[in-house]
Design a protein around this ligand. Structure first.
Ligand code: SF4
Length: 312
């Protein structure tokens, strides 16, 4: 069997930063350390931190007063920050800077009196956090049909923003519907779908046509991992999303000569390597990396963490 490893795949700069933040905060604060929402959407990463004494919470009320709380890579709304402040919590903000960029755009456009259409998935942590910056100014649109149901006039100042981890193709369908219905809509100054999402999708789009099957390593609640699966399927290459090698079904590989393996931005590389070993053990052959885009992005640890490091 030929195994093609898509490159880039796996951890992005935002996920690396968020995981390093929790590791460092654990060293300083010790267990229990409270983290608001899954630090990144990956079961293995979350399980590892739980074993080390991290307590993941879905509401700030679950965080004891005066303790330390880390905000996840997906970002939080001002209401969550205010609630943590009111409880006397020390806050460490591991929000990815590329999510923060979308928050800043939302704040700026809301101040300028714009109504905002947010192209994204209602209920996703990132979307909840972004909308929280200006709840009255946002309308979430998940499909062209959602756009059709909106009712803005030519006098409304209108702009669209996007969730960072969408499929570019899906987003463009919705953006085109927005532009068709509202020709006066303002485009954001730069693309909101992030470099890591774009590059991982580009690699799958380029490599999947040469494969018989695609395995995407990632969790089911990882938006960018689900999008990679869909993109492979859209090229005609069947694809499965698995958390790890235990979810592989060997029946998938009957008659398969070439397998493409990729990983979502929150999936650890050792899980990819375990799958490669499993396939080689069962079917022989070898794996080769196929570099489609080179990445060289790094984010510093959050300032709130560096302040805490300096105080200890
Ligand atoms: S996928 Fe993009 S936006 Fe999300 S954490 Fe990674 S770099 Fe940041």
């Amino acid at each position: 069997m030929k195994i093609i490893l898509a490159n880039p795949r796996g951890f992005c700069a935002g996920v690396n930063m968020a995981i390093d933040t929790v590791d460092e905060a654990l060293k300083i604060v010790g267990a229990p350390l409270y983290v608001y929402h899954e630090i990144v959407h990956n079961k293995h990463v979350v399980d590892r931190f739980v074993q080390e004494g991290v307590v993941f919470v879905d509401t700030i009320e679950e965080v004891p007063a005066d303790s330390t709380v880390v905000f996840s890579a997906h970002g939080v709304s001002p209401a969550v920050r205010n609630a943590a402040k009111a409880r006397g919590c020390t806050m460490i903000d591991a929000t990815c800077p590329l999510v923060t960029k979308v928050h800043m755009e939302a704040i700026r456009y809301a101040k300028q009196g714009y109504k905002m259409l947010l192209v994204g998935h209602a209920g996703h942590d990132e979307v909840v956090g972004t909308v929280g910056e200006a709840p009255d100014a946002f309308t979430i649109v998940e499909s062209p049909e959602d756009v059709e149901r909106t009712n803005f006039g030519p006098e409304d100042k209108l702009v669209y923003l996007t969730q960072t981890t969408l499929s570019m193709d899906d987003a463009n369908v919705i953006i085109n519907a927005i532009k068709a219905k509202y020709p006066h809509v303002k485009e954001p100054p730069s693309e909101d779908i992030c470099y890591a999402t774009t590059n991982r999708q580009h690699a799958v789009r380029a490599l999947a046509p040469a494969a018989d099957l695609c395995i995407v390593v990632g969790s089911k609640n990882s938006s960018n991992s689900v999008r990679l699966t869909e993109i492979s399927q859209n090229t005609g290459c069947p694809a499965y999303l698995v958390d790890d090698k235990s979810e592989l079904d060997l029946a998938w590989f009957d008659g398969v000569g070439t397998v493409l393996i990729t990983a979502g931005a929150s999936a650890p590389e050792h899980l990819v390597q375990q799958i490669v070993e499993e396939l080689i053990e069962n079917y022989g052959g070898e794996a080769e990396d196929s570099h489609i885009v080179e990445e060289d992005v790094h984010f510093n640890l959050p300032r709130s963490l560096r302040v805490l490091q300096g105080a200890n």
